[in-house]
Design a protein around this ligand. Structure first.
Ligand code: KIV
Length: 269
């Protein structure tokens, strides 16, 4: 007898994303209630970002976030969004050395229920991405501005404005895509560079402060809701003028899909 086709209970898979015809919408979530709302609003991917150190815990940067905290928050998000595609950040210093990285990424997948882990770094993270991919753990690479390097950088500064730096970031993208990264977040680079990266690699490129010429956008939830007291230039308050958080999330999704967000003045040159 022909096996019955089971109904699609998990509509957002990585292959779905690669086939997506519209720009991909990604939003951070840190708990069950907001995760549920984001799914209801039609957001494609939930990111449990280590930005939780700043927007949830009130820390000055993301460096103090622990793997246990990431596991905990990812569990909450998974509970609120049982069928969503969830990416969980590997926090500071948890992705060094292949054994440690595999063990830590494994916890985010097995204990917390993530579908994919995100690793900040440059081309030097290629061996780790290859090892994770070989082990069956999908990886989202994060290039451009690396908040985990804020102490080295001396602040959250736009990256890739000088042509040598732009070339290095483009090289990072190509090397990490070759190593097996299946999604790529590009943060705070000139819009022209964001577009160039998206055109150079097959992996979907999700921008944050990288212009509208990429394959999707990600925003930190608190920025979308206008409750960050020091919003960056690339942020838009989608709650302003709308009656509910759900409507704000829907407006964000719509603006990403019709490429009206980010506008030119919300990008960098
Ligand atoms: O931690 C986070 O929320 C992130 C986004 C800014 C992309 O990495």
């Amino acid at each position: 007898m022909k096996p019955q086709e089971s109904p699609v209970t998990h509509p957002k898979t990585l292959p779905d994303l690669w086939r997506a015809e519209h720009p991909i919408t990604m939003l951070t979530a840190y708990d069950a209630s907001f995760a549920r709302l984001a799914v209801e609003a039609g957001i494609d991917v939930l990111l449990v970002g280590d930005s939780l150190g700043m927007v949830v815990q009130g820390q000055r940067d993301t460096l103090s976030v622990t793997l246990d905290e990431m596991v905990y928050h990812t569990q909450l998000v998974r509970r609120g969004a049982p069928h969503a595609l969830i990416v969980a950040d590997m926090p500071f210093l948890t992705d060094h050395g292949i054994d440690l990285t595999l063990r830590n990424a494994g916890r985010l997948m097995q204990e917390a229920g993530a579908d994919m882990v995100k690793i900040e770094g440059s081309a030097n993270k290629a061996p780790l991405i290859r090892a994770l991919t070989d082990a069956g753990i999908p990886v989202c690479a994060h290039i451009g501005l690396l908040p985990q390097r804020v102490r080295q950088l001396g602040g959250y500064k736009v990256q890739g404005r000088v042509s040598e730096d732009a070339g290095r970031i483009l090289h990072d993208a190509e090397v990490l895509a070759d190593a097996g990264a299946q999604l790529m977040v590009v943060e705070c680079v000139p819009s022209a560079l964001g577009t160039r990266i998206a055109q150079s690699i097959d992996v979907p490129v999700i921008g944050i402060g990288a212009g509208a010429g990429v394959d999707g956008q990600v925003l930190v939830m608190h920025d979308l809701l206008g409750i960050n007291p020091h919003p960056a230039r690339f942020v838009r308050d989608f709650l302003r003028g709308r009656g509910s958080i759900l409507q704000a999330m829907q407006a964000y999704g719509e603006a990403v899909r019709n490429r009206s967000f980010p506008a030119e003045h919300e990008g960098f040159v």
